[in-house]
Structures are given as C-alpha cells and as structure tokens.
Design a binder for this molecule. Sequence first.
Ligand code: GAF
Length: 386
Amino acid sequence: MSQALKHVATEAFEAAFGSPPQHWVQAPGRVNLIGEHTDYNDGYVLPCAINFGTLIAASARTDAVVRVVAADYGAEVDSFRLDQPILPLAEGAWPNYVRGVVKYLLETGLPLQGADLALAGNVPQGAGLSSSASLEVAVAQAFKTLQGFSELSPTDMALIAQRAENRFVGCNCGIMDQLVSARGEAGSALLIDCRSLATQAVPMPADVAVMIVHSRVRRGLVGSEYNTRRLQCEAAAKHYGVKALRDLDLARLEAEAGDLDAIVLRRARHIVTENQRTLDAAVALAAGDLRQMGQLMAASHVSMRDDFEITAPAVDQLVDILQTAIGPVGGARMTGGGFGGCAVALMPSTQVEAVRQAVAEQYRSPTGEAGTVYVCQASQGAGSLS
Ligand code: GAF
C-alpha cells in the first residue's frame, strides 16, 4: 500500500499522541470478480484484495486505554477503555468500526492491552469496495501485531471483523469482504467457499488488467434492500427444505417451485445460477480464458439486474459501455452489494487506455458526473509493514 498513506498515518499519530508509532499494519479493500450475494447463502465468491486499503500506525500502551485518531476525518480522536463496557456511538460514526472489533477481540478472551492508533485509508467510500471491512480487519491486525497474538489466524480476524459489522455496526453482511481482506493473495483472486471458509488462490493471467469504474451513483438503498434480499433467500431455502440456497440445483429450483412467490423464486434463481457461474469463472480464470470470463460476467450482470434486481439504470449503462469497448475478450459487471457503486472489468492490459477513453466520452451519472476509473492490482491480505 502507498508510502503516502503511511506518511499520512504517521503524521496524524505524532500530532495526536506526541511520539512516533512503533508499528504499521495494513488491510486491503476488495473487488469481487463474480459471486454476488452468494456469501450469506453459504455459496461461492471470487474476489481479489486490491491495492487500496486502510493503514494504521500503532503503538502499544501498558494500560487499558485505546485512543484512535482518524486522519481522514479531520484528525478526530476517539478514546475508550477496555475495562468498561464498549458501546457504539451514533449510527454511521467511524469509531464504531474500531470499537466493535475491539469488543469482539476482547470476547475471545485474549489478554488485550490498550493501544494508540492512527487510521488512514484510500478505499473510495460508498463505492462497494469494502472500505469498512478493510478498516475492521486492519484494527484486528493492529492488535495482533502489537501484542504478538500469533494464535489469531487471518480467518479468526475476518470472523471478528464480520461480527463487529453484524452486531455492532448493524449491517448483516456475509463473510466475503472481511475474509478476502484478511487472506487475499498478491497476484491472485480468491475462490472462497463461504460454508467451509476454504480458499483457493486463482492466479490472475499475465497481462490482464482489473479495472474498477465508480458510477458515482450513491448506494442509497443498500442497507434496507440488502436485508430484504437476505430474508427472501432465507424464505426460499425454507420452501425447498434446504439449509441454504447453496444446497439447491437449478432442476430442483424449477421442479419444486410450487406456490413459491414469483419474486422469491427469481431471487433464488440468481443465487443458484450465480454459484455455478462463480465455480466456472474460477476454472476459466485459472486457464486464462478471458472470453469465457467475459460471458460469465455478462450473465452475472443480467442475473443481478433481472432476477436479484440490485443494479441501477446508470450502472447498467456503464456496464454496457464497458462490455462494448472491451469486446469478446474480457468482460464487465456490477460489483459489490449493489444499488449503485462500481463496475468491475477484466481486459487485456493493452486495452486499458481505449476503455478508459470510452468511459470518459460515453458515461455520465444521473447527476452529470463522469465515472472514476481505477486500474488495480490483486494484492496481499492484511499484515504488518516495516
Ligand atoms: C456486501 C456484503 F458485505 C458482502 O458480504 C456481500 O454479501 C456483498 O455485499 C454482495 O456480494 O459487500
């Protein structure tokens, strides 16, 4: 992650706490190549960690005080104690992501001591690139590094971060974002089985670019609609008598639909078909088959648009522009929770400038903004920096 971010975190640390930090840690955001809303259905996802994330400058304390300064929020400082109940602040307040992780770290029984932390991040916020998961996992990594908790595995950190998001921040997300932030591998996407949490690194083919384009459409409905989709998936699983939609195939989905509500049936169809597409995509990516990847990404987008109904007209338009500019070798789809946010595109690196130009010339958000283009690298998960 960038030297500039390290500089920002270090300066904020010194200004707030009056001495240099002892350690630096980082955790990345992510982009999901395919497998959307499948994680909370015990299914498969294929994200990669990206070279945008959260960096924390940190020092251990010998008492029970945690002080946190946020460089990106006007150097605001939050302070709380480990030996008193850790409570959330107002909904949406940045300290909740830190407090939640510390609360659930404590609940593991680890002998936590206080810390001074300075946060700096460069994941575009509200874009669906997991800025919050990157912050949560970075906080867990900071305590792991400061206190040498070698027993705390990357998967443990991801589960603690997810618990903080579910129970403290109040977003009922699945495990994808936190797990890839903790376990991402440089140069690879990560096929995750969200039931067993087994992961398989799928190397990105050489000379393939991962482009993210922010539609500048705000993800307004994401909280309420996300939870509605979860409930609809659970209702479908109950109808078919399966633990999760992961356990259903397309033949049974159709044969046993019975009197299942038509909308719920479409939601389930997205999950069942998306799981298969994700497994197929892992094979295609490993084989460097960008044509097949492009077809799977296109089918994923149609399924999100028509069956799961989580896209937005401007995002559909952006994906269309990207697909046309890329042609048959590579592809594009909306990525993340939906209702705005970003599209992800894969293409031969030689096409990047032409695709960038097509987006600049042809895309405008409903409020007239141009899309923001990021070309990123599949990056390493959370860890310490020297
Ligand atoms: C959000 C959630 F946090 C993830 O768990 C996942 O469900 C994703 O939306 C949709 O695939 O990022």
